[in-house]
Design a binder for this molecule. Structure first.
Ligand SMILES: Cc1cc2nc3c(=O)[nH]c(=O)nc-3n(C[C@H](O)[C@H](O)[C@H](O)COP(=O)(O)O)c2cc1C
Length: 175
């Protein structure tokens, strides 16, 4: 089996998840940032990682996602919001739709929080304080995000991907 883990990561959070997923995939596995993804995408399985940018997968991840056709894929993402929020769900759903529109099959998904660049939080406070007020809820969310991805996140991501790939390729008759 030939697998690719392609991630987009501005500050390293999504890369941490990519690095946890790659070792649990069977066969020949290559891990690359989406900008360095190979020209030919003939892999049996592609794990795609994005960071959430204004409610959708970041632009570089989207550019890579558009290149895939008829491929078995798994999606993973990191974001500042709570991973069980509607915001997180809607973002992952938009990524799934993008993949399915081009006949790709999504066999697993994983989302967790990732620390938000303090410079970005500061810029929001300076230029759009009315749009992003520092409420106690937002403060608590950012403080929690600052602790992620943690060991539990990386372990859970590895588990989700390992189980889905095993099940899918066993059913498809591939080792
Ligand atoms: C410009 C910008 C926009 C962001 N937009 C969102 C957003 O809409 N929702 C959210 O939950 N997190 C948002 N975040 C937080 C990131 O998705 C989060 O910190 C992510 O873990 C960064 O991943 P990385 O370290 O792999 O770049 C944003 C961060 C930046 C820098």
């Amino acid at each position: 089996m030939k697998a690719l883990v392609a991630y987009s990561s501005r500050t390293g959070n999504t890369r941490m998840i990519a690095d946890a997923i790659a070792p649990v995939l069977p066969g020949d596995v290559e891990t690359v940032s989406v900008e360095c993804a190979p020209q030919t995408l003939d892999h049996d399985f592609v794990a795609i990682g994005f960071w959430v940018d204004k409610g959708v997968p970041d632009e570089q991840a989207q550019e890579f996602m558009k290149r895939l056709r008829g491929t078995v894929v798994g999606l993973f993402g990191t974001l500042g919001a709570w991973p069980d929020s509607d915001h997180a769900r809607e973002c992952m759903e938009s990524a799934v739709r993008m993949m399915e529109e081009n006949d790709n099959r999504v066999i697993c998904r994983f989302m967790c929080q990732g620390k938000v660049d303090p410079k970005v939080v500061e810029a929001m406070a300076r230029y759009a304080p009315e749009r992003h007020p520092m409420t106690p809820e937002r403060k608590a969310r950012l403080e929690e995000a600052a602790k992620h991805p943690d060991e539990t996140d990386t372990m859970n991501a590895a588990k989700v991907f390992s189980a889905a790939v095993k099940e899918h390729f066993a059913l498809a008759g591939r080792p």
